[in-house]
Design a binder for this molecule. Structure first.
Ligand SMILES: Nc1ncnc2c1ncn2[C@@H]1O[C@H](COP(=O)(O)OP(=O)(O)OP(=O)(O)O)[C@@H](O)[C@H]1O
Ligand SMILES: [Mg+2]
Length: 423
């Protein structure tokens, strides 16, 4: 049973004792009754009515203006939730059939049986409630469908983006994997070459010792010693590089005298090649820094070592340092062949060597600069190379005066701004 106070009943009728009795009955039951005498007023009520409540329109087939069917058509056109009941004269079967054909939900006969009125109203309201419920369900379904489509679209574009990121990662991993394979192949080759040499000469000594003269024995032993030293250096460099790259490098900070370190490096270089001079030029603020002695010495040994071995006899290698706020900018400058512009990034990769005439004549594994770059960066600095091909190289690096103090941005911009004099 529906609550009559939540049901609108529009009665379109003329004034008669029977109609008044109907009116009393409806009001007595608590329905929200509105009575209008004409089709126009009925249409205007339907236009403005509260659509949240179901509505039943009781239409006297012959109201005062005689336009009962007009009201029925207005009901058809109004928003869902309105049902029409045609009130017809006793036993007027033709009118009853016509009403149902025109869309009436039910008919009521005069004189009214109030019991029947109650039952018919109840049925029409039930039907309208179902219609409203249906419409709401369809609307809700449409909304849910839209939400779903939107969610699917969002997820699809999210997946596309993730897919792209994944593809990028896969590409990077492929490159890394190739780099690793190349590194292992290079490392094996660099270790294998001296071992082959050592084995060959040692076997010759053992197999032919009676036939080999003293000078040859000395030569063979020198090769064995040189190749053993090369093997030791390569394996030590490889270990160093892997420690730095793993991030497991220990740093021991103390006060360092940079010109003193350079002097010691220069001294040891004399044993390798004494035809090249090493000239130091430090300004006041660049002499003392707080950093790791071994690592700073390793940077100078590699850079000065390269400069010396690539320099022509009789030339000078200049080590120039300048203080810039909380950093020092150091350049190692030589008069050797220089580095071709398109190789300036590559030479910092492990095992990379420029294979020109000079490169073939000068020995090396190609690990030195990779170690230097990793070491400089581990100490909070940066390095780059400049110089004109054929007119020498300029390796410039930046170190913080106190490790971890100056920030990377400051160091990088200073490295970019600094230009070496004298060329
Ligand atoms: N001062 C320089 N002048 C010209 N070319 C240089 C200079 N320093 C480095 N290079 C080029 O960069 C390459 C890589 O240098 P790196 O120090 O890494 O290796 P290497 O000196 O050949 O061998 P290693 O240092 O392992 O003994 C060199 O082989 C050379 O081609
Ligand atoms: Mg080197």
């Amino acid at each position: 049973m529906n609550d009559p106070s939540q049901i609108q009943v529009l009665v379109v009728e003329g004034d008669s004792p029977q109609n008044r009795e109907l009116d009393d009955y409806l009001r007595g039951r608590g329905y929200k009754v509105r009575r209008v005498p004409s089709a126009e007023e009925a249409a205007s009520f339907l236009k403005d009515r509260d659509t949240s409540l179901p509505c039943v329109v009781l239409i006297d087939i012959r109201p005062s203006d005689g336009k009962g069917f007009d009201v029925l058509r207005a009901v058809q056109k109004s928003p869902p939730g309105v049902g029409a009941v045609m009130v017809i004269g006793n036993a007027d079967l033709k009118a009853a059939v016509e009403s149902l054909n025109e869309g009436a939900s039910a008919t009521l006969q005069k004189p009214f049986d109030m019991n029947e009125v109650g039952i018919v109203l109840e049925k029409v309201v039930e039907k309208q409630k179902l219609v409203i419920e249906n419409i709401n369900l369809v609307r809700r379904l449409k909304e849910m469908n839209l939400d779903l489509e939107r969610a699917v679209q969002e997820k699809t574009s999210e997946l596309k983006t993730k897919n792209l990121v994944l593809l990028e990662i896969v590409e990077k991993l492929k490159v890394l994997n190739e780099m690793k394979s190349r590194f292992v192949a290079n490392a094996s080759h660099e270790l294998q070459t001296p071992i082959t040499s050592i084995l060959g000469f040692a076997s010759m000594l053992l197999d032919y010792w009676e036939k080999i003269d003293r000078d040859q024995v000395i030569k063979f032993l020198q090769v064995i010693r040189d190749e053993s030293q090369r093997l030791t250096k390569t394996s030590r460099d490889l270990l160093d590089l892997s420690h730095i790259q793993e991030g497991s490098m220990q740093v021991e900070i103390k006060e360092l005298d940079l010109p003193d370190i350079v002097a010691k490096v220069a001294e040891s270089m004399k044993m390798v090649k004494d035809t090249v001079r090493i000239v130091s030029d430090f300004d006041e603020g660049s002499r003392v820094i707080r950093s790791d002695e071994d690592k700073v010495r390793r940077i100078f040994t590699n850079l000065v070592g390269n400069a010396v071995k690539f320099s022509p006899d009789g030339s000078a290698v200049r080590v120039r340092a300048r203080s810039r706020g909380r950093i020092v900018v150091v350049s190692v400058i030589d008069d050797g062949p220089g580095v071709p512009e398109d190789k300036r990034d590559k030479i910092f990769e492990p095992f990379y060597r420029v294979r020109d005439e000079t490169g073939k004549a000068v020995r090396g594994t190609g690990l030195g600069l990779a170690i230097v770059k990793a070491t400089v960066e581990a100490l909070g600095g940066v390095i780059r190379v400049e110089g004109t091909r054929g007119k020498g190289s300029d390796f410039t690096f930046v170190l913080p005066k106190e490790v971890g103090e100056a920030n990377g941005k400051e160091q990088r911009s200073a490295a970019g701004a600094e230009r070496s004099p004298g060329r």
